[in-house]
Design a protein around this ligand. Sequence first.
Ligand code: ADP
Ligand code: UDP
Length: 236
Amino acid sequence: MEKKELILEGKAKRLYTTEDEALVIQEFKDDASAFNGVKKGSISKKGEINCAISSIFFEYLESYHVPTHFIQIQAPNEMLVKKVDIVLIEAVMRNIATGSLVKRLGFQDGKALDHPVFEIYLKNDDLGDPLINEYHAYALGIALPDEIRSIFRITAKVNAILKSFLERRGLILVDFKLEFGRDEKGELIIADEISPDTCRFWDRKTHKKLDKDRFRFDMGGVDQAYQEILERISKI
Ligand code: ADP
Ligand code: UDP
């Protein structure tokens, strides 16, 4: 399927229409950004690597009947997906306290959470993607109570599935972010990407960070870390 018109360009991806109205192409860029766009840079081969990693996760989740927008890879950094109306919420699940949870609530960095923590953030760059609760979402008219319940259920299921998939490959799923969209039938499906840009992965033995935190905190070895995630999850 050919890329037609550019619909939108975000910080990490471009979206194009195709000849099929129901499908769009997500083109993954090498551009990297953090801290709500304040830190900018580029990570070598990131577009191709994140496209490959996301497709592996999406296909694996589909095999567990988790609905996603994924159709197929159609070039190394291009993914054909179902077009959706994006729900303006970022759903985050955390198994280990780090990042904003430490800053906001004073958790000890690296503390394993006995109960995974589920959070929702408003997807709004101008407001800095603030943490919200379900009542804010209802009041803002961005999701219905049933939809928030589905978003929670699907995110919890994704956590269970990916946690054990990654554990078998020597990786800890520290936390991750999902985006959801409404498909043609109004059903909620997972959209966007699942990659080291949107998840935190630590090596199980050494706790070495293998995700965007290496870029956020200038730790070096960013492209190697992304490549390592791809290699580990490519193993059957
Ligand atoms: P951002 O700058 O918001 O981080 P990206 O660079 O990741 O954005 O661009 C991707 C954009 O496309 C996001 O706004 C995301 O919500 C949106 N998107 C992802 N998947 C789909 C889809 N299947 N249909 C429509 N929009 C999508
Ligand atoms: N995350 C993301 N996009 C965002 C904010 C967070 O993908 O706009 C991911 C992030 O990579 C991590 C998880 O969500 O895996 C939790 O992030 P946290 O709230 O700790 O964010 P930080 O402020 O540290 O980026």
